[in-house]
Design a protein around this ligand. Structure first.
Ligand code: HSE
Length: 345
């Protein structure tokens, strides 16, 4: 397949994917018969550029890394906004990586819906639309005969959605439990090493793990969004924001951490969901004091982990990055390669 890619948003994740695509171009072509050109980019801060014959992405990366606008690219059509780029370019695949709003899902939700309705594939790491309307968007993609990939919304490029959809297919999954937010796990780890809460949060922001507004991380809202996504997509339920019990880590003091250490335990912010006997689900995000021999207790720093409870294999756990430029960019490549595979069949 020869993808014609249009980026909506071109921040760190979009740039991360671009670096991977540039570096692995030959390998992807040889190994997977995967070919691509990027024809359009529209970013609310950086401007936009469109060339139906493809953009020189090395030049584009150089521009944005030097803080320049896309309008300074030497050729192509400038000034198209996100929706014009989706509707009026020859891009057949939209990479939606604009900022996340988990409360309304917008403007990403409109971008994704418009692209699917125009018969374009969408790959996206944007959590908002999946929290709000996962089931509807998957249906909309099917109706329009295109694909909507969102591997990166949970655990970045560490397989969570694909693990469920492909590798664990045929299992009944009755619940899951995980460390779904890197910022809070990093803060708890650093506090155990003697850093203060404020210092640890500042460091997590510097390292790029935290959301633009880190309240979403420390109050458990980011993890809550992921619990909603996994409950609806993996457990097949239809819960919303309000159905999840939530408590963040802001009340955990340095004394609490010390006390847990003495008890040979460790605080973790756990996101979980479990199907009940009556078919309902109990979903929550809550700080838990785990025994040190619990597999999730050993997951340190910004690393994430997710255990699925399956009928054939029992608990299956993946541990890996849940944030980061290339780590999240890679999630988009997983989705693009899936589309490539599907279209070849
Ligand atoms: N702020 C999130 C985290 C980024 O810390 O895990 C990935 O969703």
């Amino acid at each position: 397949m020869d993808f014609k890619i249009g980026f909506i948003g071109f921040g760190t994740v979009g740039q991360g994917l671009t670096e991977i695509l540039l570096e692995k171009k030959d390998m992807l072509a040889k190994k997977f018969d995967f070919h691509y050109s990027v024809v359009a980019i529209s970013d609310i801060m950086k401007g936009s550029v469109y060339d139906e014959n493809g953009l020189d992405m090395r030049k584009i990366l150089e521009l944005v890394k030097n803080g320049k606008k896309l309008d300074e690219y030497p050729s192509g059509v400038k000034g198209m906004d996100a929706l014009e780029t989706i509707k009026n370019t020859n891009a057949d695949t939209i990479v939606e990586v604009t900022f996340t709003n988990v409360k309304t899902g917008e403007p990403a939700l409109t971008h994704i819906k418009t692209a699917l309705q125009c018969g374009k594939h969408v790959v996206s790491t944007n959590k908002g639309p999946v929290v709000k309307q996962a089931i509807d968007l998957i249906k909309l993609a099917r109706e329009n005969n295109v694909y909507y990939g969102f591997e990166g919304v949970v655990l970045a490029g560490t397989p969570a959605i694909n693990l469920f959809e492909y590798c664990l297919a045929g299992n009944h999954i009755s619940g899951f439990k995980g460390i779904l937010n890197g910022t809070t796990n990093y803060i708890l780890t650093m506090m155990e090493e003697g850093m203060s809460y404020d210092e640890a949060l500042k460091k997590a922001q510097e390292l790029g793990y935290a959301e633009a507004d880190p309240t979403g991380d420390v109050e458990g809202l980011d993890a809550l969004g992921k619990v909603v996504i996994l409950t609806n997509v993996v457990l097949g339920k239809n819960i919303t924001w309000e159905d999840v019990e939530r408590k963040g880590i802001t009340d955990i003091t340095e004394e609490d951490i010390e006390e847990a250490k003495k008890e040979k335990k460790r605080w973790k912010l756990i996101g979980s969901s479990e199907i009940q006997k009556d078919g309902s689900v109990k979903a929550r995000v809550w700080p838990e004091k785990l025994q040190l021999n619990d597999p999730l207790a050993g997951v340190m720093g910004a690393t994430n982990a997710l255990t699925y409870y399956t009928d054939e294999l029992g608990p299956v756990t993946v541990i890996g990055p849940g944030a980061g430029r290339r780590e999240t960019g890679f999630a988009l490549l997983i989705d693009l390669l899936n589309i490539n595979r599907e279209l070849k069949n």
